[in-house]
Design a protein around this ligand. Sequence first.
Ligand code: 9WO
Length: 261
Amino acid sequence: MRFDILTLFPELFPAFLSAGVTRRAFEAPQGGTAQVETRLWPLRDHAEGNYRRVDDRPFGGGPGMVMLAQPLLRALDAVRADQQAAGRPATPVILFSPAGRSLTQERVRSLARSDGAVLICGRYEGIDQRVIDAKVDEEISLGDFVLSGGELPALALLDAVARLQPGVLNDAQSHEQDSFSDGLLDCPHYSRPESLAVHPALPEQPVPPVLLSGHHAEIARWRRQRQLELTARRRPDLLATARARGELTDADERFLAGLKL
Ligand code: 9WO
């Protein structure tokens, strides 16, 4: 799969793509191709004139600048020509914007099984609307907040896709990477030491004893119950969805019925 990334700031990407467990997905093995190929398309390379302008003032006036349409259109043409020349399929064009639909793990899973996408990272006050109307297939939001550019959302999407590639998470985790696919929030995690001084004036904080018991069935039950409790308290909407999808067992329902929220 291939992600073509249109950005004014290509230098933001390499450090992220070469760090952590996802690096395995982004880096090509000797003489091979990466599971998640990324190609950066620096938009300034597609700007015209000695000044290589990529922004201009908004028609109608007002503060800030607008990202010019023409460098974006030329870069998109270059991506399509590259896809055609390589015999690769044309992939959907995605723009990151608070006006888009919220990114979900379901959309991440579908992208992780796809041929990839063309990611447009906007800057300034926004991109010329005519590019969105003519070329953008999908607008994706990460939430109701505003950033100064679409690069971080693009990296977030790439990270979410990369961790679903075979071999990125270990096999023990590979069912757990689906811990969102059972639609519930994750359980809490603990490690050494067994008793932790969090502050001199407070008693030491022990790990929940069941986790030290060695009773694997009890540990699994405790974890499931913490997932159910946390999801019921914080995200009752997710619990309702899991229930509607038939993902809650009778034991889950009995536990939830006994919870005082
Ligand atoms: C900004 C914006 C604000 C309110 C309603 C719609 C909007 N669209 C954009 C937009 O496309 N902005 C461009 C990308 C240019 C300015 C920086 N950009 C951006 C993307 N800021 N914040 C995001 C973003 C993307 C996904 N999820 C959260 C925020």
